[in-house]
Design a protein around this ligand. Structure first.
Ligand SMILES: *Cc1c(COP(=O)(O)O)cnc(C)c1O
Length: 392
């Protein structure tokens, strides 16, 4: 049933498509938007991050449906490239990864929901233990079942989100090292890695080093994407890049060392001429300043194109590329549609596409225009797009 393709998020070989591609979602001929995920670029980014962090192991953070990009597709591509360790947010994500990566170590960042240790064992997934009560529940399970599938111990070094305190970690160390609690990773998380001169970075790196000394023999992990570029002292044994895999710049203010992964195009539903003095869209907040041509495209905030990208007479918004020309979004972004001022672009036909992300319109720039960060833009990516996964 073709309509089921709308909800199926699994990659299937698309007959008639390029051998280097798989697709999902509605067919390209019917879709209002086309999202391209370049898995070859993603793998190249993973390799580049691994080289940068050498000799540390490079894991892959693929929580939130691999930052909106498709967890099965991304896990498959990274596992094939040699990635052995994944981080997800919850058990349902762990289950999806286990299906496509039977051998991988899968850590679940949000920790242990009460009553779930057995599920971890069934999935051979590893909880990231973030509090003393979680540790107690896991210990009881491990003692009762002799399960040795592993777990991470998360130590809070200044983020104040998840993790046991450094003091608790120090007190526990002799017990964890002598009895076998199956702790396979000691980890912490940086709060400000992208702000290279923030004093908290050094404090966290130093505090984590002190804790690590007490856990010698157990691999340790601290750095997210930006942490990899922050300092070699943050690399430890395993690095945990997420957003940089997907092409966002882990070094804000400096040139982006990553390859772009995401491309988004929106279909032109119609092109209309509007008169000077007219307004465009909801709340009539964008006034036509000269006779203009407006392309109505079929991507809106329900597709994850954030409403904050819209414009008004007072505030500029985001852009689209039409025939290589930068064209401003005209007025508010609607649920399923938005208007682009294409007056200065070469003529556009009904059914053609404008670029919303890609070429000169980088992911980070588009996020900034919406007043947010690439993380939010990626994880909002919609489910109505025809998705093309490039594998070579
Ligand atoms: C999300 C997350 C990461 C990855 O962070 P990026 O900034 O996307 O690289 C790493 N570690 C933890 C604990 C996370 O929650």
């Amino acid at each position: 049933m073709a309509s089921l393709d709308f909800i199926a998020d699994h990659t299937h070989a698309a007959p008639g498509h390029n051998a280097g591609e798989t697709t999902s979602g509605p067919p390209a001929s019917e879709a209002g938007g086309i999202l391209t995920v370049d898995l070859a670029a993603l793998v190249a980014n993973w390799r580049a991050l691994g080289r940068r962090a050498m000799p540390s192991e490079c894991a892959g953070v693929i929580k939130a449906n691999a930052y909106g990009c498709g967890i099965e597709q991304v896990a498959t591509a990274l596992a094939r490239a040699g990635c052995k360790t994944f981080f997800v947010a919850d058990l349902s994500e762990a289950r999806r990864v286990r299906e496509v990566a039977p051998e991988a170590a899968i850590y679940v960042l949000n920790g242990l929901i009460p009553g779930t240790p057995q599920v971890y064992a069934e999935l051979r997934a590893r909880p990231v233990i973030g509090s003393m009560v979680e540790l107690a529940e896991w210990d009881a399970f491990v003692a009762a079942t002799q399960w040795r599938g592993g777990a991470a111990l998360h130590v809070d070094t200044g983020m104040n989100r998840l993790g046991i305190s450094a003091t608790d970690a120090a007190a526990l160390a002799p017990r964890i090292r002598s009895e076998n609690h199956g702790i396979t990773l000691l980890m912490s998380h940086l709060a400000c890695a992208e702000a290279t001169s923030h004093p908290l970075n050094d404090l966290q790196i130093r505090l984590f080093r002190e804790v690590r000394m007490l856990y010698r023999g157990i691999p340790s992990s601290l750095a997210n994407s930006s942490g990899i570029f922050l300092s070699d002292n943050a690399h430890c044994d395993v690095v945990r890049p997420g957003v940089a895999l997907y092409g966002a710049n882990p070094t804000p203010g400096r040139p982006n060392p990553m390859r772009p992964v995401i491309g988004l195009k929106a279909r032109v539903v119609q092109v209309r001429n509007v008169n000077k003095g007219d307004t465009v869209g909801y709340s009539a907040g964008w006034t036509v300043r000269r006779a203009a041509r407006i392309a109505i495209v079929s991507v809106g905030y329900a597709d994850g194109y954030l409403r904050a990208s819209g414009s008004s007479d007072e505030t500029p918004g985001g852009f689209a590329l039409a025939g290589g020309k930068r064209c401003p979004i005209a007025g508010r972004v609607s649920m399923d549609l938005m208007a682009i001022d294409v007056t200065d672009a070469p003529p556009l036909k009904r059914g053609e596409f404008v670029t919303l992300i890609g070429d000169e319109l980088g992911l980070d720039e588009v996020a900034t225009a919406a007043g947010t960060i690439a993380y939010e833009l990626l994880t909002a990516l919609g489910h109505r797009y025809h998705r093309v996964y490039r594998v070579e």
